[in-house]
Ligand binder design. Structure first.
Ligand code: CP
Ligand code: NVA
Length: 310
């Protein structure tokens, strides 16, 4: 059987991601009143080890994958670019072949999507994308889980994205194509998402609106989503920050969305930049449910990679 890599949402497809969402909800419910460190009753990945390569910083991805492995009965280990031989120029191909003989799956966070693809090409164990410059699929499984938990039906959902057309938005557009929801993207001119993702969602029948008007993007939305204006590896350019200012998700923009709309942010947040404190701390914000759901989502992604789901 082919190795099940999870580099982007279409690698799994809509049916498998729907199975992940159902499994994540079941496992989350089963852990109510369960100690955090105690494994799930069935320990489906007992004895398994996940190797995690980090070429960029992380809090949620790092901790949630580690906790996911513990809860599934396994363990994880971390290879930092700074302390592993990768940081001294050992090739991705050799790293893939060595790790494949030692661990059961590999997660990589890297600035270059091609490195994740190369790792998967040479690995004989599943490779999971823990964020690249191009996409952040694990985040979006957690986001979909959060929306479903908060009573949102995915097909036909109106999702507003405000700010930078970045890696997180790319994975949202892939999710839109799989689950048939619509995306209104409000960005300053020049900061739109890559056309490849927009075209793919439109080809799947989704309405994707690209606008430079934040009001048009937010109006009538079921969910309003934003992210940092400066992603890891990007320059902290004053011109970019100035262009982004009208796209801050504040109370005015949030009030244009539906009354029961939710606010999502993958975190870390820069309160006062892409989101106002009132929205971030407000009743419509579900950002800490979203962060917790990274654990539950990672578990179902790992189970899928190991052929135990979907
Ligand atoms: N949202 C997210 O991926 O967070 P980290 O960068 O902390 O992993
Ligand atoms: N777009 C952000 C997401 C961080 C989780 C980045 O790439 O830095």
């Amino acid at each position: 059987m082919a190795v099940k890599h999870f580099l982007d949402l279409p690698d799994a497809g809509g049916d498998a991601i729907a199975a992940m969402l159902a499994d994540a909800q079941d496992r989350k419910a089963a852990r109510a009143n369960w100690p955090r460190g105690r494994p799930d009753a069935d320990q489906p990945l007992a004895g398994h080890v996940l190797g995690m390569i980090f070429e960029k910083n992380s809090t949620r991805t790092r901790v949630s994958f580690d906790m996911a492995m513990r809860q599934l009965g396994g363990t994880s280990l971390i290879l930092d670019a700074g302390t592993s031989q990768l940081g001294r120029g050992e090739s991705i191909a050799d790293t893939a072949r060595v790790l494949s003989r030692m661990v059961d799956a590999i997660m990589i966070r890297t600035d270059d999507h091609a490195k994740a693809q190369e790792l998967a090409h040479h690995a004989s164990v599943p490779v999971v994308n823990g964020l690249t410059d191009r996409s952040h699929p694990c985040q979006i499984v957690a986001d979909l889980l959060t929306l479903v938990e908060h009573g949102k039906a995915l097909p036909g959902l109106e999702l507003a994205w405000l700010g930078d057309g970045n890696n997180v938005l790319h994975s949202i557009l892939e999710a839109a194509a799989l689950f048939k929801f619509n995306v209104r993207v409000g960005t300053p001119g020049g900061y739109e998402p890559d056309a490849e993702f927009v075209d793919m969602a439109r080809s799947a029948g989704c309405e994707v609106t690209l606008t430079n008007d934040a009001v048009e993007a937010a109006r009538g939305a079921d969910v309003v989503v934003t992210d940092t204006w400066v992603s890891m590896g990007q320059d902290h350019a004053e011109a970019k920050l100035a262009a982004m200012a009208p796209f801050q998700v504040d109370e005015y923009l949030m009030a244009l969305a539906k009354a029961d709309a939710k606010f999502l942010h993958c975190l870390p947040a820069h309160v006062g930049e892409e989101v106002s404190e009132a929205v971030f701390e407000g009743a419509q914000s579900v950002v800490f449910d979203e962060a917790e759901n990274r654990i539950h989502a990672q578990k179902s992604i790992l189970l899928w990679c190991h052929g135990l789901l979907g």
